[in-house]
Design a protein around this ligand. Structure first.
Ligand SMILES: Cc1cc2nc3c(=O)[nH]c(=O)nc-3n(C[C@H](O)[C@H](O)[C@H](O)COP(=O)(O)O)c2cc1C
Length: 181
């Protein structure tokens, strides 16, 4: 069954490690017949949530109009949402955190969101898998709160520089993730 997938990336490095895994995932997903909408948060303008709770009072998700409003309708309609990002300071990069925070607009407006599938692709320099907890745990808990089903995670330690991912099986794992959707 063909599904609508939204992929939200968080790295500013177009040739970086998480983008390489993202590209591998998207290629495999499209090969399976899924349709993919990609949103590169670090290459867009997305601010933080102002907690004004005026979400969707106009025709827009966020009253502080930025590029989140261009991807919000696709997220709402998606069958699957995939988050991809590096670890920054044991946490989620600011660039994608704005998008994640603004998912709050769907909760405030009571939008129907339950039942989506989701997945995570992340990487970091250090070899310790627990370094990725700062990305993995908030994504797992936030998606669970929204009643999304986590179908798979690619957690790739030990990659620092552009190209390091090629020394790992990260892209292979990312392509295999598409098989779970
Ligand atoms: C601002 C910044 C903070 C980082 N913080 C961490 C960190 O806390 N732990 C870690 O292992 N790697 C850290 N890294 C390294 C990146 O996670 C690593 O280089 C990753 O492969 C980058 O992915 P990308 O190529 O997709 O951007 C950091 C990198 C940057 C630029």
């Amino acid at each position: 069954m063909s599904k609508r997938i939204v992929v939200i990336t968080g790295s500013p490095r177009k040739n970086g490690n998480s983008f390489a895994m993202t590209d591998a995932f998207i290629a495999a997903a499209e090969k399976k017949g899924h349709s993919v909408t990609r949103f590169d948060a670090a290459l867009k303008n997305v601010g933080g949530c102002h907690a004004c709770e005026t979400c969707f009072k106009s025709d827009k998700a966020c009253s502080f109009d930025d590029d989140f409003n261009t991807i919000a309708p696709s997220i709402l309609e998606a069958d699957v949402v995939v988050f991809t990002m590096p670890v920054y300071w044991y946490s989620i990069p600011a660039q994608i955190k704005g998008v994640i925070d603004k998912l709050y607009s769907f909760c405030v407006a009571g939008k129907e969101m339950a039942g989506k599938e989701c997945a995570l692709i992340t990487c970091c320099e250090e070899d310790d898998m627990s370094v990725m907890d700062g990305v993995r745990v908030p994504i797992e808990r936030s998606t669970a709160l929204m009643k999304w089903k986590m179908v798979g995670e690619v957690l790739m330690p030990g990659v620092l520089n552009i190209g390091d991912i090629d020394k790992t099986d990260g892209c292979k794992q990312a392509a295999e993730l598409a098989k779970k959707i």
